[in-house]
Structures are given as C-alpha cells and as structure tokens.
Ligand binder design. Structure first.
Ligand SMILES: [Zn+2]
Length: 315
C-alpha cells in the first residue's frame, strides 16, 4: 500500500532527518523487508549510517545503492524536498527554479538533479495504451512549418498517441521520431499502443501498414462532420506540449534532451486527475528506487551527462 505525507507539515515530520528519509526509502524499496541485491537473502545486520550487512553472503549495501540517489553527497532531505517541489508544480519546473527553492550552490547541480528525476518519471516496460487511440505527428521547435515525410530545419517530429476517454483524453504516449516514414511510425507505435486496439489516423501513407501489425486501423478523412479537425484529441495534445515547451522551458529545450522532457510531460499529464500531490510524490520515489538496469547505466554515464550539461548551460 502506498503511504505518503499529504500536507507540508506531515512532510516535514515524516522526513525530519536522514534516518527517517532512509527508513522511508527502505519501506518503498523493500515493502516486505530487506532483500540482498546479490543473493536475495533476507537476513542482515544493521550497520552504522544505514548500511546493511547480508548474513548470507557478507555483502554490504545501502538503501540508496543502485537507485537514483546513489553516489549523491547531498542529504536525502534535500532530495526529498526536490521531489516534493517537482511533483507540486503543475506545469513542471526549470533548473533555475529548483536551484532557487533548494538553495543549491550551482545551476549544474540543479540541472543534473532535474534530469535524474525526469529519468525516474519513465516507468520501464510501462504498459502500452489500449482502447481507442488517436495517433498523429507534430513538429516541435523552429519557426517555419515542416514538410511531412522528411525533416524540416530546426524542427523535430513528435509522435502522439492519445487515448480516448469518456470525457476527452485518457492517457498519452509521446515519442520523438526521425521521420514520418512507415517503418519509423510502425516501430514507434508498437512501443506506444497495444496491437488489437483501434487506432485512428489521418490518411497519411505512413500509416498504411498498421493493419498488418494487428491494429484496428481507422482512417479519418476530412468531411463535413469533422472539418479539418480530424483528430481532436491528438491535436489538443500537440497544442499542449508546444505551449508547455514554450511556457515552462521558454522554448529552450535541446532536441537531444527532448525525450526526457516528453517523459516528464507524459508523467504529469497521465496523472493530472490524481487529486493527491502526495501520491504523485510517492510514485516518483517508487520509480526512483526501482530503476531499471538500463536507467542505472544511463545515470552512471557521467561523461554523457556532463557533456549535455555544458551544452545546455551555455544555451
Ligand atoms: Zn546476500
């Protein structure tokens, strides 16, 4: 069962010191008690500073090892504040905003933290959308309208899958794609929507192979009924992400980072009706301590992060 603080005072009580933060992480990471990451043993000795000593294989580990919080020399309390802040801002946060709120010494630290948290917002092997889904591509960035089927200068193409709900849009999936060719669209879509579901698109030739992949493909053509607004849900999502990128991030997102931003947007959007910010905080922490091995590798690729960082801080 998810348990998390609801109010700011509860939050400050629950996470008043490092021990309390570590205990909470342990509860989320090992809900049925400690499990040795090496031998899966459950017997351990408690050591100083939150270290665990496995009685089965003598392995020493901590609750943060192998999680997003590994190798951080900053207090967990600060991380918890960062996650609270990030999940309480409806429209997302900038590195500068995080730096100010946490009183971090450097912009680089704030930037790195935000990127780590964005990676925790992707649920590895997350389920694909089901039901009725509108699919469309949209260009992000640049000033001139792009041409379909090939890249346009200063722009990047984003594939949108928007699930139809009783009232408007259900959940979404977003993915940066290289072009709007059939091969690209098909392989992207297979990661976003479950075969068998109904996919609505416009008449673009790149979508003709969807039936062969097992989708119930429905082509919406311009008519009296729909006018030019063939795919209202996908169009709405396209408008929202463009506004979000311009508003929260002043349009300053590098294409090489766009996928992380799209993940952050998806995380927020798909949980937008969740009334509890506390639950959102819990989900983020849950994903941060259960990182997929691939995400862990990415996080330790410090060189790559540093390269991106210097790129962005100059931009
Ligand atoms: Zn062990």
């Amino acid at each position: 069962m998810a348990d998390y603080p609801e109010t700011i005072l509860e939050f400050r009580d629950w996470f008043a010191d490092e021990d309390k933060c570590r205990e909470y992480l342990a509860r989320v990471r090992w809900p049925d008690g400690f499990v040795c990451p090496r031998c899966q043993g459950r017997e351990y000795w408690n050591m100083k500073r939150g270290l665990y000593w496995c009685r089965g294989c003598d392995y020493q580990t901590s609750v943060t090892a192998g999680t997003l919080f590994a190798d951080s020399h900053k207090p967990l309390r600060l991380w918890f504040e960062a996650m609270r802040y990030v999940t309480n801002q409806k429209y997302g946060v900038s590195a500068l905003g995080l730096k100010r709120v946490l009183g971090l010494g450097s912009y680089d630290t704030a930037w790195t933290w935000l990127h780590k948290l964005r990676r925790a917002m992707v649920r590895p092997g997350r389920d694909r959308l089901q039901g009725e889904i509108e699919v469309d591509e949209t260009f992000v960035g640049g000033v001139r309208p792009g041409k379909r089927g090939r890249g346009a200068e200063g722009k990047t193409l984003v594939l949108i899958a928007a699930q139809a709900a009783q009232k408007g849009i259900g959940r979404i999936r977003l993915k940066q794609i290289e072009d709007a060719s059939g091969a690209t669209l098909e392989s992207a879509l297979l990661t976003m929507a479950e075969p068998g579901c109904r996919i609505r698109t416009d008449g673009w030739q790149g979508y003709t192979g969807l039936k062969a992949l097992g989708y119930d493909h429905q082509v919406i053509r311009e008519s009296k009924d729909v006018g030019e607004n063939l795919l209202p849900l996908a169009n709405r999502v396209a408008a929202l992400i463009k506004r979000w990128l311009l508003g929260t991030h002043q349009g300053a997102v590098q294409f090489s980072h766009l996928d992380y931003y799209l993940d952050e947007y998806t995380f927020r959007f798909n949980r937008r009706t969740s009334r509890s910010r506390g639950l959102l905080f819990y989900r983020l922490i849950d994903q941060a301590v259960h990182l997929h091995p691939i995400q862990r590798v990415e996080l330790t690729e410090k060189a790559a992060v540093d390269a991106k960082k210097s790129q962005e801080s100059t931009g």
